[in-house]
Write a protein that binds this ligand. Structure first.
Ligand code: 2M8
Length: 442
């Protein structure tokens, strides 16, 4: 059943209040306490939220993030912006990106990894929502940002895909889905995993530690950062020597959707033929790469562990990469839609709402409270909703929007949700959840 007009209006007001509450002027905290800095893909979603309130502010969000872009084209996963009153671990000293000549000059402080490139989808939404009177200004701002986005995608298509496979290699679980069971085997292979002494801050901010990654995870996450730092964040050296290299089908799918979004904006941005041709080549290569990872038997797309030379055959949200890429052919689409509503995913009889959980309840690593190991993430369902609409599956897309809004109306503007009860988990007042709520209630 769809939410009432009153509920939508109430959600809209609450979501706007969360964005305003987390607004730091020209950038937005990912959440008030747990995530006090500017995160990369959070910012992209946040820009979509701002676009419904103020398109100029939405552009500023992206511009501020891209101001911290590395000379390689990489957009860092986190820009440290909050002052010392807002502790976050690991902070800039742990990353020490001054080791890399490609890192931005002080005072800008960032991490040395990246996150899925949702930014072009945000730019597209901003343009769609720009009122006529604002178009000249926003168009000229898009024209400045666009080449930086092309450069960002170039980084992913080259440094992160030296094999030219069309698939992006992720270097770290913090490049999106932290403790997803997708990384378990690769992390288990890391034997020398004790990093220097450290104190976590997150576990004192989220009262129930079972909703956060374990210390075992953190030992490995931090040890991997030490290795990246040792290689001075040099992608070529990392590729030769570092133990965690995974062809991530979800990340790759977002890049495909993002390349299509940049092509769609090419006229607005006044893009030249070179950029258009390059984007088309990346798009074709990405689609072919993703198609090569599709398993016709299970209907899932499969990550690949480059170091171990192993497929990662798990039932998680990432398996729906062909849908997220908005490029599934009709056979893949039919198989994926069947699987989506099967008992392994949205059709599981215990689910509170028919939404895509981060891992299948049928998967052995599934944990209903634990972060990326089972809970429902509104931003992931937003990506699915948008993809289904673009693939012509608007009835199923409408259900995802409506169930997501019901979940948020009942549970609050939380970070993630328990799939069986709908209980809000993690951080309250999460900016990107507010942002997709604004997009869903427009
Ligand atoms: C989570 O990750 C951060 C590290 O980047 C953390 O656990 O401290 C993830 O959900 C990530 O995808 C997200 O961007 C970030 C901020 O919301 O939080």
């Amino acid at each position: 059943m769809s939410v009432t007009a009153n509920t939508r209006a109430m959600l809209r007001d609450r979501a706007a209040a969360v964005l305003h509450g987390n607004d730091a002027g020209s950038w937005t905290k990912a959440s008030p306490v747990l995530y006090p800095h500017q995160w990369s893909w959070d910012s992209a979603f946040i820009a979509i939220g701002w676009a419904h309130l103020d398109v100029q502010r939405a552009m500023t969000e992206l511009e501020q993030l891209f101001a911290a872009q590395w000379a390689t084209g990489m957009v860092p996963h986190l820009v440290f912006r909050a002052g010392p009153d807002h502790p976050y671990f690991p902070g800039p000293e742990w990353w020490d990106t001054s080791a890399s000549p490609a890192a931005p000059a002080p005072p800008v402080k960032t991490t040395g990894i990246c996150q899925p490139p949702v930014h072009a989808l945000a730019l597209q939404r901003i343009w769609q929502l720009t009122p006529e009177a604002r178009q000249p200004e926003i168009r000229s701002r898009i024209q400045v940002l666009y080449p930086r986005m092309v450069n960002w995608h170039r980084y992913l298509a080259t440094h992160r895909d030296p094999e030219a496979s069309g698939l992006v290699t992720t270097f770290h679980p913090w490049e999106g889905t932290d403790n997803s069971p997708r990384w378990d085997r690769a992390l288990e292979r890391i034997t020398v995993a004790k990093p220097g002494p450290y104190t976590r801050v997150d576990t004192s901010e989220v009262p129930d530690p079972s909703q956060r990654p374990t210390n075992w995870d953190y030992d490995r996450f931090l040890w991997l950062v030490e290795q990246l730092r040792k290689y001075r964040y040099d992608d070529a050296q990392i590729y030769r020597e570092y133990p965690f290299l995974i062809k991530d089908v979800f990340f790759s799918a977002i890049l495909i959707a993002a390349n299509a979004a940049l092509l769609d904006l090419a006229d607005v941005a006044g893009a030249g033929d070179d950029d258009r041709e390059q984007l088309t080549r990346w798009l074709d290569r990405g689609r072919a790469g993703l198609a090569s990872r599709f398993d016709t038997q299970t209907g899932l797309c499969i990550d690949y562990d480059v170091r171990a030379g192993e497929d990662i055959r798990l039932r998680t949200f990432a398996g729906f990469a062909p849908l997220f890429a908005r490029s599934a052919d009709s056979g893949q689409r039919a198989a994926q839609l069947r699987l989506l509503d099967s008992e392994d995913f949205c059709g599981h009889p215990r689910l509170r709402w028919r939404l895509l959980p981060s891992a299948s309840p049928a998967e052995s690593g599934f944990q209903p409270h634990d972060y990326w190991r089972g809970p429902v993430w509104p931003v992931i369902n937003w990506l699915l909703w948008e993809a289904l609409n673009m693939l012509g599956c608007s009835a199923r897309a409408d259900e995802i929007r409506s169930d997501s809004l019901s979940q948020i109306a009942a549970g609050g503007i939380g970070e993630y949700f328990e799939p069986f009860t709908g209980k809000q988990l993690g951080s309250p007042q999460q900016s990107w959840t507010a942002a997709v709520t604004l997009d869903w209630t427009a």
